[in-house]
Each structure stands twice: as structure tokens, then as C-alpha cells.
Write a protein that binds this ligand. Structure first.
Ligand code: ATP
Ligand code: MG
Length: 343
């Protein structure tokens, strides 16, 4: 597989939700949930998408699934290595045709599994609806999926309520894998689980990736989880990417003050460094009315005049390492490694 092969490519993707008021439902403003996002996912790789609550992570995931149509931009998807489709402008029939190749796993495995269906029925549904297999082959595929996610054949006749949170998430993963996807969008798949179970699910996801060569977009607010799971990491702040880099350089030497602040708040193994925590001023910016210039500038300790007027472009500062800070080259920011982050 070549390094330059691309499975998914987002170019300048935006999603602005209209806010309507009054009897005539007049549009009075827009929530700029996603505001010009660019990144790629290569076949079989994991990209982590990280940021605080409300920064637009799930909206990105839903646009990739074709559930939300972007306000602008392109989402190129090339599941078979040949023809690419722009999910952003695809017809509903084209999106349905792509459905087997891109699947999603959600945070709450209970809400996403029908309580009135047995596990066998839950796993059979996508296979039957998409006419993938029938009869004996259907039962074989169901058993293969159950085995792939570490559940037992005797579980097949049970209903979701008979399982623990971790097991239910395994069932959701099995269902998402039924149609041999090339990309799995996992939206906070472990946040509702105990820490010990989180690790099991992450390990399972990595094992599956090894076995079937699947790409993941792993959405999380947890930098630690993403670090161990992702090859490359996209960091978002109020609808925009602030930093985009391979995992190790990002943790060694962040190139955006927001990343530095997030890392300084990760628990440290070096008690003498506790005082170096960067307390962010104020609240995350309002996506309806984001600040002019750099959206992070009102909270940034390094902000200068230009930051409140000129929007910083996401630029490549070091090979493969992009930052949207006017001063990315000159700031000497401290990363997780120097801080002894316990992740
Ligand atoms: N359907 C919608 N209509 C209007 N605004 C929306 C809609 N969906 C999301 N938003 C807004 O868009 C912004 C981004 O939301 P999104 O759910 O993508 O964030 P998130 O990063 O996934 O947050 P969290 O970590 O809490 O899941 C938020 O301000 C949210 O209120
Ligand atoms: Mg979300």
C-alpha cells in the first residue's frame, strides 16, 4: 500500500446550521459547527479527531456518513482504490451505495441497539437488507462476526439488555463490520465504558484493524486514548483544525498553544511539574459568533495584535506537521513528553 494512497479526503468542509426565529422561521444566524476542515485518511490507518465538547467532531463524522450535507467543501471517498465519490454532493442513491464501505459506531451502545432484536437479528439485518448473503452463508457470516469481536455463538439468541456495556459495544462493532467496511467512524466509542473495559475495546479495535485492514476515524475528547490508537491526530477548536500531525511529533513538540494547554492539563507523573498547568481563560468560543482572527486568541497566553484580526491558515511547519498559529515557528511550546504526561 503506497503512503500517498488516500481513502478519504476532506477539503475545506463546512457545516453551518441555520438558527431560525419567529413565525416565519427567518434565519437569524448560523452555528458554524465545522468551518473549513481539511484532512485525509489513508487505507488501514487510524486518524484521531480530538477537541473539547461542541467543537464539531460529531458533525464531521455525520458528514462523512452522508447523514449531514456539508454547507461547502468536498468529502472524497475512494473505497475500492479506483473511483472516488464526493459524499458532499452525492445523490441519496450514491450514498446508499457507499453505505457498506463506511460505517459508524456510537458512544452509547445501548441506545444504538434495538432492544427488541436478538443479537442474531441485529447482525443479520445489514446483511439481509444489502443482500450480501442468505441461508447457510448468512449464519456463517454472523458466526464469523461474533468470533471477530470476541463474543460467543451461544450469545446469539440473547437480547441487548442481557449484556454489559463493553459487550454491547462489541455487538455494535460486529454490526458495523458486517458489510466489510473500509472505514469505521467511531464517535467516542468508549466514553460510556469503565476504564478497564475501554482498554479492552481499544485493543479489540486494534486487533480487528490488523486482521482486516480497516481505517478508523477515532473521535474522542481524550488525548491519552487517541495517542495510543492513532497514527495521525487532528485537533479541532470551534469548528476549525488548529493542529494536525503524526502522533509522536504532536506529543513531543506541539505547535499550537491550544494543544499545549490541553497537554498541560493531562495528569503528570512528575509532581514537581503540577504547577505548570495552563489554566485557559474563559469559555470556548461561541460557534454562532466566533471571535475575529484566530478563534483561540481570547484564551491564548501568547496572543498578539495580529491574532485578533487575521485568521491564521493551517500551514505545514515541519514535514507532515501542520499548525494554524501565526507564531507556530517561533513559540517554543512544551509537549506531553517534557511534562511527564501519564498517557
Ligand atoms: N443539528 C444541529 N442543529 C444546530 N446546531 C447543531 C446541530 N448539531 C450540532 N450543532 C452545534 O454544532 C456544534 C458542534 O456540535 P458537535 O456535536 O459536532 O460537537 P462535538 O465536538 O461532537 O461535541 P461533543 O464532544 O459534546 O460530542 C455545537 O455548537 C452544536 O450545538
Ligand atoms: Mg460529539
Amino acid at each position: 500500500m503506497s503512503e500517498t494512497e488516500v481513502l478519504l479526503e476532506l477539503t475545506d468542509v463546512k457545516k453551518h446550521f441555520p438558527i431560525r426565529k419567529g413565525v416565519f422561521k427567518k434565519v437569524v444566524a448560523h452555528v458554524k459547527a465545522v468551518d473549513g476542515v481539511n484532512f485525509t485518511i489513508r487505507p488501514g490507518e487510524t486518524v484521531g479527531l480530538v477537541g473539547e465538547s461542541g467543537c464539531g467532531k460529531s458533525t464531521v463524522g455525520r458528514m462523512i456518513m452522508g447523514a449531514y450535507r456539508p454547507t461547502a467543501g468536498h468529502i472524497w471517498f475512494k473505497p475500492d482504490g479506483k473511483q472516488r465519490t464526493d459524499i458532499a454532493s452525492a445523490e441519496p442513491s450514491e450514498i446508499r451505495a457507499l453505505r457498506p464501505y463506511v460505517q459508524m459506531v456510537f458512544q452509547d451502545p445501548f441506545a444504538s441497539l434495538n432492544p427488541r432484536m436478538t443479537i442474531r437479528e441485529i447482525l443479520a439485518e445489514p446483511l439481509v437488507v444489502n443482500k450480501v448473503v442468505r441461508g447457510r452463508a448468512l449464519e456463517d457470516r454472523i458466526r464469523e462476526l461474533v468470533e471477530l469481536v470476541g463474543l460467543k455463538i451461544q450469545h446469539l439468541g440473547r437480547y441487548p439488555h442481557a449484556f454489559s456495556g463493553g459487550q454491547r459495544q462489541r455487538i455494535s462493532i460486529a454490526r458495523a463490520l458486517a458489510l466489510y467496511p473500509r472505514l469505521l467512524v467511531a464517535d467516542e466509542p468508549t466514553s460510556a465504558l469503565d476504564v478497564s473495559v475501554q482498554a479492552q475495546i481499544v485493543n479489540l479495535a486494534l486487533e480487528i484493524q490488523d486482521r482486516i485492514g480497516l481505517a478508523y476515524l477515532f473521535i474522542s475528547h481524550d488525548l491519552g486514548l487517541v495517542r495510543h490508537f492513532s497514527k495521525r491526530i487532528v485537533l479541532m477548536y470551534v469548528g476549525k483544525i488548529v493542529e494536525y500531525a503524526p502522533a509522536e511529533p504532536l506529543f513531543n513538540r506541539p505547535l499550537h498553544p491550544y494543544t499545549e494547554a490541553l497537554m498541560s492539563n493531562v495528569p503528570t507523573t512528575r509532581p514537581e511539574l503540577v504547577g505548570r498547568r495552563i489554566i485557559l481563560k474563559g469559555e470556548p468560543a461561541d460557534p454562532i459568533n466566533p471571535p475575529a482572527g484566530c478563534p483561540f486568541h481570547p484564551r491564548c497566553n501568547y496572543a498578539q495584535e495580529i491574532c485578533s484580526t487575521v485568521v491564521p491558515e493551517l500551514r505545514e511547519i515541519e514535514p507532515g506537521h501542520l499548525s494554524a498559529c501565526h507564531f507556530a515557528e517561533s513559540l517554543n511550546l512544551t509537549g506531553c513528553d517534557a511534562l511527564g504526561c501519564a498517557i
